[in-house]
Design a protein around this ligand. Structure first.
Ligand code: HSE
Length: 442
């Protein structure tokens, strides 16, 4: 039997603890599949005191990350500290030391991916990051390998467990945003900085990686138009329900091919109304689902836990097993990490948001006075935006503002934006209008 492959784990937070637990609890079945043991030999974390409820006896545990990287027993380094600067330094140092890398750090890869993958290629080591997108769902491996025969047309889905949990709970319980966010943090779903989840940044990191893998598009996540879930109000969930929809934070990436053959990428993250009967609408709590449409396979849907200790650890350990196989049975670099070989990755232009075409849900906040709806409808009409339905909630005193909820016919995003700028300047409109796009065929 080949000798054990040694693993060093940097970062014993929620996911790191999960990795230590899975490696220990499933050591037998992993060895049966791998043919030799996968052994956690060393752990580094600044906090060596807190009891994480995992047995680390026999494993060296200290705060010396660099010593771990240089330890000859460590063949694969797992980076689970998150963030940019320290993580980048440790990952690059590991690569230089000839160590393979497993990471869940989508923020790092979405920002410094080119540098890290380039360094790994030069040193002939692997960088695996299945856990960085959609937690436990093996979506990256599926795109890279299971769907490799396809020209991929569209990738979209619920890519952030925290926001899906918050949206589901707010809809079901009517609780305040902050209360539900705190619970998501306590359950270990949220990023260290929860604004990454709530503002859609985490989903944009993941979408950037998915777009690279699906289309060979070199994007930076900063280019991806991104809106989060803050500011959604209970009335939006009620209106969505009356319209037969649910509100989901979707990441959407599509490849458009023009008449001249020029490829352009549509990529965006924002709250979206999806029909209640659709599969994505049925994804609740911290679960994620990613739909991938390929020209040969047609529509596919991948569903599973998008966050949390053990589901994310499942993806980390899957990467460890794959690399361990390569270490003992062949060389690194069997599959290009971003699915396309590096020279095939190219900067593809983004379709400007203004060009997008679709229906929208608009929550106006206006003084409840005769004629106000007429003014709003007038401005929408001037921008050639038709109204499909209107819901008005409550009727207060003449000075009190009420929500006016409008569902439009399909319209150009640029026209909607200009209309809203004008409407928000009307004297009877008392707060900025909330726009939620509608995805018909989700
Ligand atoms: N904070 C992330 C989420 C964790 O809520 O989905 C997994 O990336």
């Amino acid at each position: 039997m080949a000798k054990a492959v040694g693993v060093g784990l940097i970062g014993l937070g929620t996911i790191g603890t999960g990795v230590a637990k899975v490696l220990s609890a499933n050591a037998g079945v992993i060895e049966q599949r791998l043919g030799f043991p996968l052994r956690l030999v060393r752990v580094a974390d600044l906090d060596t005191e807190t009891d994480r409820g995992v047995d680390l006896s026999g494993i060296r545990f200290d705060s010396d990350a660099e010593g771990l990287i240089d330890d000859p027993e460590v063949e694969i380094v797992v980076e689970l500290i998150g963030g940019y600067d320290v993580a980048r330094r440790l990952v690059l140092r590991s690569i230089e030391a000839g160590k393979h890398i497993v990471t869940a750090n989508k923020a790092l890869l979405a920002l410094h991916g080119a540098e890290i993958f380039g360094a790994a290629l030069r040193r002939d080591v692997d960088v695996a990051f299945e856990a960085s997108v959609a937690g436990g769902i093996p979506i990256l491996r599926s795109i890279r390998e299971g769907l490799v025969a396809n020209r991929i047309e569209c990738v979209r889905g619920i890519m952030n467990g925290t926001t899906n949990y918050v949206l589901t709970e707010m809809e079901e319980t009517g609780e305040d945003f902050d209360v539900v966010v705190k619970r998501a943090q306590d359950l270990g779903y949220a990023e260290a900085d929860p604004s990454f989840d709530l503002d859609g940044v985490d989903a944009a990191h993941k979408l950037t990686l998915l777009a690279a893998m699906a289309f060979g598009a070199e994007l930076t996540f900063k280019e991806v138009p991104t809106e989060g879930i803050r500011g959604l109000a209970p009335v939006d969930f009620e209106a969505a329900s009356e319209l037969g929809d649910r509100i989901k934070l979707l990441g959407i990436a599509k490849c458009h091919i023009g008449d001249d053959g020029q490829e352009r990428i549509e990529a965006r993250v924002h709250p979206t109304l999806v029909p209640r009967r659709s599969l994505l609408a049925k994804v609740e709590g911290a679960m994620n689902a990613v739909a991938v449409d390929g020209d040969a396979v047609g529509p596919t849907l991948f569903y599973g836990a998008g966050a949390g200790e053990l589901p994310t650890a499942s993806a980390v350990v899957a990467d460890l097993v794959e690399i361990a196989r390569e270490i003992r049975r062949g060389g690194a670099g069997r599959v290009a990490p971003l699915s396309y070989v590096p020279e095939a990755l190219r900067p593809l232009p983004l379709v400007p948001m203004g060009e997008l075409w679709g229906r929208a849900y608009l929550r106006f906040t206006a003084v409840d006075r005769p004629g106000v709806l007429g003014h709003i409808a007038g401005v929408l009409g001037e921008h050639e935006i038709g109204i499909e339905s209107v819901i008005q909630k409550g009727r207060g005193a003449a000075t009190e503002s009420v929500p006016v909820l409008v569902q439009t016919h399909p319209a150009r995003e640029a026209a909607i934006r200009s209309a809203l700028e004008e409407i928000d300047r009307l004297p009877d409109v008392t707060a900025p209008t909330r726009l939620v796009r509608i995805e018909e065929d989700a």
